[in-house]
Write a protein that binds this ligand. Structure first.
Ligand code: ADP
Ligand code: MG
Length: 619
């Protein structure tokens, strides 16, 4: 086109498109889900803007917040349009080609190893999946603040933008036209599209329509005089014409009218939009929750979420919420923990989507949870900043944390492997839940530890969720409650030791005597454990005692005093020999069995392991 301006794709985007075009990935269906998800996002945006400015919706059809799909079999074009916020010329240039998002290179990298294209949406580059099925794509868009533009590309490293002077005006929104590849003909079949929308877009909160054909019976005069009704009669197919001919020859006494099949088109609604979180938890099936999770996670694998919590909070602050524990932790969950401020709960106010980056809903250590909150108490027509300050948020957050921890506790309670009761442990009942808490712990255990460090109000609740190995747990995980239940009579403290590995710890001289005396000792081997134990002082009235630190009491021995007395000279000599800047004290100890002596850390000092961790961090 003469008025077209040409642009080059940013290099990483271009590589991404090459990968998509040449991909042998068989599940090409995903492009539709990505387009519908983008349309839905655009509709959410305009609806959000309309809360404070009704004018933005325009009038007539433009006020209908919906998505429409049309098929043009003849020209092999599939088009999807929305009445969302639309894109200005600048948006088109930036969003669809010139600015690579952080996910672009991450996704390219992933694809080069063993990536699953299915996850494209998670990386924020879902749009480009259109090139799985199309070799030429047009994006026609009209934003309230700009003219209508067309973006087009054959994925050959460049795209063009031109002011749209030839298509019908859109009013507002975006239409994406996919010129389908030869082998993608199936996406022109209505039944295929209906199936896909059902499968992938069930939880889109806007109506999705397909311009669908319909066979209808039409009564037409069964008249000999063909020429007279030609104009009224819709075009009939060859077969129908033949039928008419034979009818005529055969039957003289037929009624004055007859019925023929006619194909008409109309908008057919493909999804029903009763939001899952508005339904009663009792009505929603496991399968529905799983599907809902997949749509939230933009992950359409077969894995079920580990757990979910769906509830309706009443009282001063009303809200509904659904939260999921994902089956796996994302690869970068802890990478940017202290910089990232990302809650994965979407916030709705009275069914209207407000934000998916609302950090005030959950504390950082729970950011692995996915889900949404819909509140009737929060005000609709205020700015985001005002909303962030709203007093109800504190109540919501508190309840969400409580429910989240309940959900995690249940994962443990339902797990037969976790049971204290031997019969329950061995019974076949609940077998499908066996090991689920260990699985949770392996994926998200660190989050629980960070929670203990960060959330003083829930520290005790979180401590109950803590798992670890001990000198007696036989390679299995155990809990503080179980530890306490096994404590020897007369044992006052909970013993633990920290180090870099279980193997290293088991050789530690600090454990010699404890082992001999049959005391159980917790083995902490994760670097975060050192920090954890600075915050976890006690549990159910029992103090924690690091066995490599001063203050270890293993019960009195009658000979203690005697021994101490007889070695008085020696200990003094030791202390004088070792310069006082090197050691604080030299003492007779009853913590050893075979090793003659050990260096112990003072009660408030860093343990040797902590020194090691700090050193590795400054290097
Ligand atoms: P994501 O949706 O994760 O941001 P996409 O690759 O799917 O990534 O889309 C890229 C961007 O293009 C979107 O963030 C949005 O700004 C813009 N976009 C895509 N489709 C539409 C649409 N139908 N209406 C408005 N903007 C859109
Ligand atoms: Mg998208």
């Amino acid at each position: 086109r003469s008025n077209a301006e040409k642009f080059e794709f940013q290099a990483e985007v271009s590589r991404l498109m090459d990968i998509i075009i040449n991909s042998l990935y068989s599940n090409k269906d995903i492009f539709l889900r990505e387009l519908i998800s983008n349309a839905s996002d655009a509709l959410d945006k305009i609806r959000f803007l309309s809360l404070t400015d009704k004018e933005v919706l325009g009038e007539g059809d433009d006020t209908k917040l919906e998505i429409q799909i049309k098929l043009d079999k003849e020209n092999k074009i599939l088009s999807i349009r929305d009445r969302g916020v639309g894109m200005t010329k600048e948006d088109l240039i930036k969003n669809l080609g010139t600015i690579a998002k952080s996910g672009t290179s991450a996704f390219v990298e992933k694809m080069q190893t063993s990536g699953d294209l299915n996850l494209i949406g998670q990386f924020g580059v879902g749009f480009y999946s259109v090139y799985l099925v199309a070799d030429y794509v047009e994006v026609i868009s009209k934003h309230n603040e700009d003219k209508q533009y067309v973006w087009e590309s054959k994925a050959d490293g460049a795209f063009a933008i031109s002011e749209d002077t030839y298509n019908e005006p859109l009013g507002r929104g975006t239409e994406i036209r996919l010129h389908l590849r030869e082998e993608a003909g199936e996406y022109l079949e209505e039944s295929k599209l209906k199936d896909l929308v059902k499968k992938y877009s069930e939880f889109i909160n806007f109506p999705i329509y397909l311009w669908a054909s319909k066979e209808v019976d039409v009564e037409v005069p069964a008249d000999e005089d063909e020429s007279s009704d030609d104009e009224e009669k819709p075009e009939s197919t060859e077969e129908e014409k033949e039928d008419e001919d034979t009818d005529k020859e055969e039957d003289e006494q037929k009624p004055k009218t007859k019925t023929i099949k006619e194909t008409t088109y109309e908008w057919e609604r493909l999804n029903d939009v009763k939001a899952i979180w508005l339904r009663s938890p009792r009505e929603v099936t496991e399968e529905e929750y799983t599907k809902f999770y997949h749509s939230l996670a933009k992950d359409f694998g077969d894995e079920k979420p580990m757990a979910w919590s769906h509830f309706n909070a009443e009282g001063d602050v009303e809200f509904k919420a659904v939260m999921f524990v994902p089956p796996k932790a994302p690869h970068d969950l802890y990478e940017s923990y202290y910089n990232a401020n990302k809650s994965n709960l979407k916030l709705y106010v009275r069914r209207v989507f407000i934000s998916d980056e609302f950090d005030e809903l959950l504390p950082k250590y729970l950011m692995f949870l996915l889900g949404l909150v819909d509140s009737d108490t929060l005000p609709l027509n205020v700015s985001r900043e005002m909303l962030q300050q709203h007093s109800s948020l504190k109540t919501i957050k508190k309840k969400l944390i409580r429910k989240a921890l309940d959900m995690i506790r249940k994962l443990a309670e339902e797990d037969p492997d976790e049971s204290h009761d031997k019969d329950k442990k061995e019974s076949k009942e609940n077998d499908e839940k066996r090991g689920q808490y260990t699985k949770f712990w392996n994926e998200f255990g660190k989050s629980i530890k960070l929670g203990i460090i960060e959330d003083a109000a829930n520290r005790n609740r979180l401590a109950k969720l803590l798992r670890f190995e001990t000198t007696k747990s036989d390679g299995k995980l155990t809990s503080l409650e179980q530890y306490i239940s096994r404590m020897k009579s007369g044992q006052k403290d909970i013993f633990y030791i920290t180090g870099s590995s279980k193997e290293q710890l088991e050789k530690s001289p600090f454990l010699e005597r404890l082992k001999k005396k049959n005391f159980e000792v917790i083995l902490f081997t994760d670097p975060v454990d050192e920090y954890l134990m600075q915050y976890l002082m006690d549990f159910e009235d029992k103090k924690f005692q690091n066995v490599s630190k001063e203050g270890l009491k293993l019960g009195k021995d009658s000979k203690d005093k005697e021994v101490k007395e007889s070695f008085k000279e020696l200990t003094k000599w030791w202390k004088d020999t070792l310069a006082s800047e090197n050691v604080d004290d030299v003492k007779i100890s009853n913590r050893l069995a075979d090793t003659p002596c050990v260096v112990v850390t003072s009660k408030y000092g860093w343990s040797a392991n902590m020194e090691r961790i700090m050193q590795s961090q400054t290097l």
